[in-house]
Design a binder for this molecule. Structure first.
Ligand SMILES: [Zn+2]
Ligand SMILES: [Zn+2]
Length: 293
């Protein structure tokens, strides 16, 4: 079936990549990326591996990319930012793109441009393209409120994802809808205030009972990875708690840890959330589209 192109009246969120962490294996889902469409305005939130293909598969024309948010500087959230923008450029991007991200993201972009210098110069010279560098601009994400366009405001809250400090949750509001992304974060009760009465909370989640098996499979040299998970991420039941305290309409779990263990199914995730959240629940899957109408 042919995917319809995104229309001006569309309001939805598509979870494009829903696994936590940067690794991919046979059968695994993709690292984090999301497409948020509000009154037809298309906003990319995080750019993990696979984002470019997934946007196209949602019916987005890459040349229409105009607004991108990167929540923090872990590779599973920005590894494909450069390739996405470059591919948009070779697909006809001619209009400015604004990127909000933490300090350091612009360095990544400058170095990406440097790494692709020969190709970019060749395409400007040989194909008559405008310079990609002139199209892309960056603004540093920080706590507070930022506004974009007539019917969109974006609020930014620092979350808790050590050892990183510049790591953020995002709230997108229009007159009709509000959507909150937790970003990567440990259980953080003040996120419930930030997400108060939102239509949709997209919260990261870990399945506690599955972590031992995952840790054994990864096979790192010591227990630092397990410590990172426990200090820097949120158990599914606690994500449910945030949703309940905030009184959101719908909760979607993403950045799933683990994401590819056949011993753990959606039922396990649902059972983990059940004690703390009785409302509408989605368990993240790549390509899952959640309507906001
Ligand atoms: Zn992550
Ligand atoms: Zn992270």
């Amino acid at each position: 079936m042919k995917t319809p192109m995104i229309k001006a009246e569309d309001n939805f969120v598509a979870l494009l990549g829903t696994k936590g962490g940067p690794s991919i294996r046979t059968g695994s889902t993709n690292p984090t990326s999301n497409l948020l469409v509000l009154n037809g305005q298309q906003i990319v939130v995080d750019c993990g591996l696979g984002v470019t293909r997934a946007l196209v598969d949602q019916g987005m024309a890459l040349k229409d990319i105009s607004l991108v948010f990167i929540t923090h500087m872990h590779s599973d959230h920005y590894l494909e930012l450069g390739p996405m923008l470059h591919t948009a450029w070779t697909t006809g991007l001619k209009t400015p793109v604004l990127i909000y991200g933490p300090k350091g993201l612009e360095d990544y972009w400058d170095n990406f441009l440097r790494s692709m210098k020969a190709d970019i110069e060749l395409r400007i010279e040989d194909e008559g393209r405008i310079n990609i560098a002139d199209l892309i601009s960056f603004k540093i994400l920080d706590e507070g409120s930022i506004h974009e366009g007539e019917n969109l405001s974006v609020a930014v809250m620092r979350n808790q994802h050590p050892p990183l400090i510049d790591t953020f949750a995002l709230r997108f509001n229009t007159s009709a809808n509000s959507v909150v992304f937790s970003g990567d974060t440990a259980y953080l009760p003040k996120l419930a205030d930030f997400a108060k009465d939102a239509d949709l909370l997209i919260h990261e989640a870990m399945l506690g009972e599955a972590l031992d098996a995952l840790f054994k499979r990864v096979g790192n040299t010591d227990d630092r990875l397990m410590k990172h998970w426990l200090q820097s991420h949120t158990m599914a039941a606690d994500a449910g708690k945030i949703a309940s305290m905030a009184g959101v309409k719908t909760l979607a779990l993403n950045h799933l840890i683990p994401s590819d263990d056949p011993d753990f199914t959606h039922d396990h995730w649902r059972n983990a959330v059940k004690p703390s959240w009785a409302g509408k629940l989605y368990i993240g899957e790549d390509g899952l589209r959640i309507s906001l109408d």
